[in-house]
Design a binder for this molecule. Structure first.
Ligand code: BJW
Ligand code: ZN
Length: 234
């Protein structure tokens, strides 16, 4: 992936980039949590049926993310951003904060963030690192409605799609790292890139579902492939 001075890089990351930091992927060996598939805990229906279960899931995710450290792949992307400045844009599906802790600045969490919550009625998000693991769930100080994780569940619209599409529209290379290509709209970014005729590259140890859509597939863990790319960026 040698870049020229005028190139603009759009990076999409998924759970695979945090796998080597010890955070479980969604569709990796056996799925995720206490026998629950992600579709059972990451939906508005799950929230309506059992908010306590959903909060226990996200409390565990907060605990795991707080204990994890950024790895060489997160750091490599931050180094590439240092070189490219505003010609770099990182869109992550991940809700952990490992990209930020590695130094990434131009980053957007399209599926929300673990360390914010919001009132279901007022809709205003706020920083929150608490664990809610008892039936005594949090409520809004203003309107007393339930507080939910600031996460985009299935059937909800990912955050700030307009800006994502604007960035995709002016990118010259799309680099996708560690995502199975099974969840839309992120899995469709490569099709948008192809319609624009820009270069598309995938990095991960196994082929994603949309593998046919990429120009190049680098079958390698992110911590091995990404650090070697720093020198290819002017
Ligand atoms: C490594 C590695 C290493 C391992 N190095 N790599 C039918 C057709 C098309 C679409 C739909 C449909 N029915 C419904 C839909 C829409 C739906 C959808 O896509 N469903 C599919 C299941 C089909 N999507 C939605 O509902 C989305 N909203 C939407 O579409 O709104 C409409 C709209 C869109 C746009 C504009 C206007 C309107 C919302 C999706 C929300 C997803 N939410 C979740 C959970 C919340 C976050 C959380 O709790 O963390 O987000 S689901 C879960 O999947 C999570 C992830 O961000 C997301 C993607 O998973 P990811 O990252 O790909 O992880 P894995 O586990 O699948 O893959 C890991 C990869 O890493 C693997 O490939 C490994 O090989 C690799 N790997 N080690 C590099 N060391
Ligand atoms: Zn409220």
């Amino acid at each position: 992936m040698r870049l020229a001075l005028q190139d603009r890089l759009f990076v999409l990351t998924g759970a695979g980039i945090s796998a080597e930091s010890g955070l479980a992927t969604f569709r990796g060996s056996g799925g995720l949590w206490n026998g629950h598939r992600v579709e059972e805990v990451a939906t508005p229906e799950a929230w309506d049926a059992d908010p306590e279960l959903v909060w226990r899931f996200y409390s565990m995710r907060r605990r795991d993310a707080l204990a994890a450290q950024p790895n060489a792949a997160h750091t490599a992307l931050a180094r590439i951003e240092e070189k490219l400045g505003d010609r770099f844009y990182l869109c992550t599906q991940n809700v952990d904060d490992l990209h930020e802790r590695a130094g990434s600045l131009r980053i957007h969490h399209m599926h929300g963030t673990l360390f914010q919550s919001r009132c279901v009625r007022c809709n205003k998000s706020f920083p929150d690192q608490s664990f809610y693991e008892t039936p005594d769930l949090p409520t809004c100080k203003t309107c007393a409605s339930p507080i939910r994780p600031h996460i985009v569940w299935f059937g909800e619209i990912p955050l700030d799609m307009d800006n994502i599409y604007r960035e995709l529209d002016c990118a010259t290379t799309l680099l996708v790292v560690g995502t199975s290509g099974s969840v839309y709209p992120a899995a469709g970014f490569v099709d948008i890139a192809n319609r624009r005729g820009i270069r598309t590259i995938y990095i991960g140890p196994e082929e994603p579902l949309n593998t046919h859509a990429f120009d190049d597939i680098i079958l390698s863990p992110a911590t091995q492939a990404l650090p070697t790319m720093i020198e290819l960026v002017p």
